[in-house]
Design a protein around this ligand. Structure first.
Ligand SMILES: NC(=O)c1ccc[n+]([C@@H]2O[C@H](COP(=O)([O-])OP(=O)(O)OC[C@H]3O[C@@H](n4cnc5c(N)ncnc54)[C@H](OP(=O)(O)O)[C@@H]3O)[C@@H](O)[C@H]2O)c1
Length: 327
């Protein structure tokens, strides 16, 4: 099958279309003929050798896909041959075929295209896991999310607004600020124009947000502790700004704050199945009715995977960059 290969190492590593062995499904796995995949920031790290796949996962890049079931293992019950599905992957999405445990698979609603569906699993499930399962946000609460125009940011805005939660995002340009407001963010702040913490406190009448979904890390730790309300949670999902920071434990203690690290990719198939199940229970109807949709920035061909990475690296995108694998 055709699959994207990483040629070279480190900063010089480039993506090229090559060949890889067609994977065979195990008993509880199914094989998907991939129609579309999508780019996630983690793929850029993996390309440079900084985020290796978990043990047992495909070494081909790609954390999500949409396509058609073309072979099922002996114990797969839920998805027949020919079903239109999208899937959360530990790897292997940038290829014509991929195998995945049935618990990581979701049906594609009627009316949703393969390109749209490929943009759903990784960021929607990450946001659902961290905001609703771990963070347990409730209607009327306030959440701060960074990179409002990112895959994670646009998915968070859509899920939080669907649940009646107030969301403040940060962005690096006026254009993204405006687009995040149009998408439903209660407020969008340009982080290049000044510190976000005072504005977050003002927007929340001095009380602070209930939860921060943090993909930046070190440089934002101190302002995060200042703009969380008493009893609030900081959920760390990425380290785009750096990993090492000094923390005033007194602030955690006195204000009863929680600091939680969270990853999705390396979780067990059972944990992922529970997350997928919970997501479909909570948001399946909104997906089916079309009121909940991913934001697709652009669709490029699989052969243009390097160009897609360059777009994401420069943060030119708003929403998800999708790769069309076949017509
Ligand atoms: N732990 C997990 O399970 C998990 C799962 C999925 C994703 N993630 C993490 O979530 C993050 C987002 O992923 P993604 O794929 O959605 O990324 P993405 O689409 O590439 O977007 C990242 C965005 O962050 C913004 N940004 C950069 N520096 C910033 C700063 N200092 N303050 C605010 N925004 C900033 C940039 O937009 P601007 O143009 O606005 O600067 C950039 O577009 C990544 O760190 C990723 O690793 C974690």
């Amino acid at each position: 099958m055709k699959a994207i290969e990483v040629i070279g190492e480190g900063k010089e590593a480039r993506l090229e279309l090559g060949e890889a062995p067609t994977p065979k499904p195990e008993a509880r796995e199914l094989r998907i003929a991939v129609t579309a995949s999508a780019v996630n920031r983690a793929d850029l790290l993996q390309r440079r050798g900084l985020y290796p796949p978990p043990p047992g996962a495909s070494s081909v890049l790609g954390l999500e896909c949409a396509g058609v079931v073309e072979e099922v293992g002996s114990e797969v019950r839920r998805y027949p041959l020919g079903a239109r599905v999208m899937a959360l992957l530990a790897g292997g999405g940038y290829a014509e075929q991929v195998v995945v445990h049935e618990g990581s698979v979701l049906p594609i609603p009627d009316g949703m295209s393969f390109e749209e569906a490929a943009a759903v699993p990784e960021t929607f499930l990450t946001c659902y896991l961290n905001l609703f399962r771990i963070g347990a946000v409730r209607e009327g609460q306030w959440v701060l999310v960074h990179g409002g125009g990112s895959g994670i940011g646009t998915s968070a805005i859509r899920l939080l607004r669907a649940a009646g939660v107030h969301v403040i995002v940060t962005c690096g340009s006026l254009e993204k600020v405006e687009r995040c407001r149009e998408l439903g963010a209660d407020a969008a702040l340009n982080y290049r124009e000044g510190p976000f913490a005072p504005e977050v406190l003002e927007l929340t009448r001095g009380e602070g947000v209930d939860l921060v979904l943090d993909s930046i890390g070190a440089p934002y730790l101190e302002p995060h502790l200042r703009c969380l309300r008493v009893g609030g949670s900081l959920i760390l999902i990425g380290l785009m700004g750096g990993a090492k920071a000094e923390i005033n434990l007194g602030m955690l203690l006195a204000r009863r704050l929680s600091l939680i690290g969270s990853t999705l990719r390396a979780r067990s198939v059972d944990e992922k199945a529970a997350i997928v199940h919970g997501f479909l229970e909570r948001f399946g109807e909104a997906l089916r009715s079309g009121t909940l949709q991913p934001v697709v920035d652009r669709v490029l061909s699989l052969a243009s995977a390097q160009e897609a990475h360059d777009v994401v690296e420069r943060s030119e995108h708003f929403g998800k960059v999708v790769l069309r694998v076949r017509d």
